[in-house]
Write a protein that binds this ligand. Structure first.
Ligand SMILES: Nc1ncnc2c1ncn2[C@@H]1O[C@H](COP(=O)(O)OP(=O)(O)OP(=O)(O)O)[C@@H](O)[C@H]1O
Length: 616
């Protein structure tokens, strides 16, 4: 267990609202488990000479109507009662949580099918089903509690499915996919920890309900009469309650104590975790260990609008054909996109957002994909990564990566490529790291799963990578949670993760947008260095023509989901052929000069960085 997690757990159990009910529950469980050691009396031995005796006379709590020792029966009955409730709880939790994770994470068909089953279960009158099961199977505690568990599973299912459906679209889930992790692993390692709060709350409530229902069934005489439970004790005592009320008190007290403790625990856990899933988990996290302004984004320039437009900007893209200039030798080509179309379901129709893009990416080049907001740059990148958002799909064209056609590849084939041969650096560093795991464990995971490195090897490699991406205290970053590092540090962590398996192709989607200007320049320098030393091919999605001029070998200009112009940066920026490219460049010149030769600017105590030119 990591130190922050251990601290958080200690803090949780120090709160009286958690500590008191937890201690009561523990006492009840221990007294049931140690019943034979705590009392020597046989719980089933009837003493006909000592019926309904009061407390004392060798029987601390007296005897019942059959002369049996009440204390011994109470403690032994706790075993069966708690065991029965635990059985129902575990059955409900396993069915509900697994079903909820599956339904929440997967698409419509699975969700609909599971939701239908759950609604059917909820529509059944529970008590009638339990009575029917009793009639069919007989007085079996195990059978009754298993049936109760199935009936209670929807309580877990609904909470988990709703939380997971909200988390499924989080960017850190996409990032985990790009790192090549399977759905099962993402669910288990990155999503389940975020819904454990609601699961614990639900478990406390279902536990209380299970104890009550089980006692109720036994009280009605529907349980196994040979097994002492608090319900059967209540039933026995009820007949003589008028003259001897004490025997009713003890089992009632135990049931009330357990139910009350569980209910209080559920309330306390609700306060601690909140029901907001990720938000709750983040809100209760440890305070940041870096100053708030360290590398975060307060000064980040707002996303600029498109260029001061021409009188009729509607179809400049259409006026210029999308030329594919100078196709290289196929052996030099790593990625070939032909006629790519991407569409999103909009009601009964599919609305295309990328309209037949052709793109050729050569081995070892840095290729800029530039264009105004909404041009389709990210959708093109996501299409090649197989990461289109909900409702999105490739509606036409091909994407061939080193001879493999990606648009028709099965998910398990894409999983083999992503993270290992194709790396991805996302736009917003903060939300692309899972909030529940340390940086180190997130970076080690793909190395262990995909490359089969041992724990120690993965750790050494990650620490070396963290050092390589310029983090001065890699050990500390390794042990930190994402909320404990700054935005700039998080982006370096993501870059380290993206190159950790030595990918041939790196897709960087606005890797500096969320960072302040100084950090932007450092991150771009880092990208340039990494590309050079690893001979990686990089597709750099950006608004920023200055970044393209600085980093890229070739550039493709997009607008309205179409390719406007493509070619070497010097040609496209030096003698743009498409009117739209000319307007983009003119817009930059209007606002801020596209930079000329780059003057190194040395930040305080850092390596030289460069100024970034205008954006589109
Ligand atoms: N999940 C979605 N559902 C429907 N349409 C979408 C979805 N995501 C993106 N789009 C649409 O796709 C088009 C292209 O979006 P894309 O994100 O590729 O733009 P972009 O060029 O990357 O812009 P930006 O730089 O602002 O991210 C936009 O019109 C956008 O509205």
């Amino acid at each position: 267990m990591t130190a922050p997690r251990a601290r958080r757990r200690t803090r949780l159990f120090r709160a009286p609202s958690v500590a008191v009910p937890a201690a009561v529950l523990l006492l009840v469980i221990l007294s049931a488990l140690l019943a034979s050691a705590l009392t020597s009396a046989d719980p089933n031995r009837a003493d006909v000479n000592n019926l309904l005796a009061g407390p004392g006379h060798g029987h601390l709590l007296g005897t019942d109507a059959a002369g049996r020792d009440i204390l011994s029966r109470l403690l032994h009955a706790g075993r069966a009662s708690l065991y029965g409730a635990a059985l129902a709880l575990i059955t409900a939790a396993v069915l509900g949580v697994v079903g909820g994770l599956w339904a929440g994470f997967h698409r419509r068909a699975v969700r609909l099918a599971l939701t239908w089953i759950v609604e059917l279960l909820m529509a059944l009158p529970g008590i009638v089903v339990l009575l029917a099961a009793r009639a069919a199977i007989g007085p079996s505690l195990i059978a009754a509690m298993l049936v109760l568990g199935v009936l209670a599973a929807p309580a877990f299912f609904r909470v988990v499915a709703a939380s997971v459906a909200a988390l499924r679209e989080e960017l850190f889930v996409d990032a985990a996919r790009v790192n090549g992790l399977s759905d099962r692993r993402i669910l288990w390692r990155h999503i389940l920890p975020l819904v454990r709060g609601p699961i614990l709350i639900q478990a406390a409530m279902v536990g209380a309900v299970a104890i009550s229902i089980q006692a109720g069934l036994d009280f009605l005489g529907l349980g196994d009469p040979t097994v002492p439970t608090w319900g059967t004790m209540l039933s026995d005592a009820f007949t003589t309650m008028g003259q001897h009320p004490l025997p009713v008190l003890w089992p009632s007290l135990m049931i009330a104590l357990v139910c009350l403790s569980l209910a209080l625990l559920a309330n306390a856990l609700r306060d601690e975790f909140g029901l907001g899933g990720r938000a709750g988990a983040l809100a209760s996290a440890e305070p940041s260990i870096v100053p708030e302004n360290d590398g975060a984004d307060p000064a980040s320039p707002a996303e600029p609008a498109g260029p001061a437009g021409p009188a009729d900007p509607a179809d400049l893209a259409d006026r210029a054909p999308a030329p594919v200039t100078g196709d290289p030798d196929p052996a030099d080509t790593l990625l070939t996109i032909r006629g790519l179309r991407v569409g999103y379901q909009a009601g009964a129709t599919v609305r295309d957002v990328v309209h037949g893009v052709d793109l050729t990416i050569r081995r070892g080049e840095i290729h800029g994909l530039v264009g105004e907001s909404g041009a389709g740059k990210t959708q093109t990148a996501f299409a090649l990564l197989g990461l289109l958002g909900h409702g999105g799909r490739v509606t036409g064209g091909t994407v061939e990566f080193d001879g493999t056609e990606l648009t028709e590849a099965a998910e398990h084939d894409l999983v083999k490529l992503r993270g290992v041969r194709i790396g991805y650096i996302p736009q917003e560093p903060g939300v692309n790291l899972s909030p529940t795991a340390t940086v180190g464990s997130q970076l080690c995971e793909p190395l262990r799963v995909r490359l089969g490195l041992s724990r120690a090897e993965a750790r050494d490699r990650v620490l070396a990578l963290l050092r390589r991406v310029g983090l001065t205290d890699p050990e500390r970053v390794f042990a930190s949670y994402p909320h404990q590092i700054s935005g700039g540090m998080a982006q370096r962590v993501l870059i380290a993760g993206a190159v950790s398996c030595d990918p041939e192709l790196l897709v960087a989607d606005e890797p500096t947008t969320a960072l302040d200007v100084t950090v932007q320049a450092e991150v771009l320098d880092l990208l340039r260095d990494l590309q050079a030393e690893r001979a990686m091919t990089v597709v750099l999605v950006t608004h920023n023509l200055g970044v393209v001029a600085d980093l890229c070998d070739r550039v493709s200009v997009m607008r309205h989901g179409r390719l406007v112009e493509t070619g070497p940066v010097a040609d496209v920026f030096g003698a743009p052929r498409a009117p739209y490219t000319r307007e983009l460049l003119a817009a930059v010149l209007d606002d801020a000069p596209v930079r000329g030769p780059l003057d190194p600017v040395a930040p305080a105590g850092g390596r030289p960085t460069t100024e970034i030119g205008g954006t589109v």
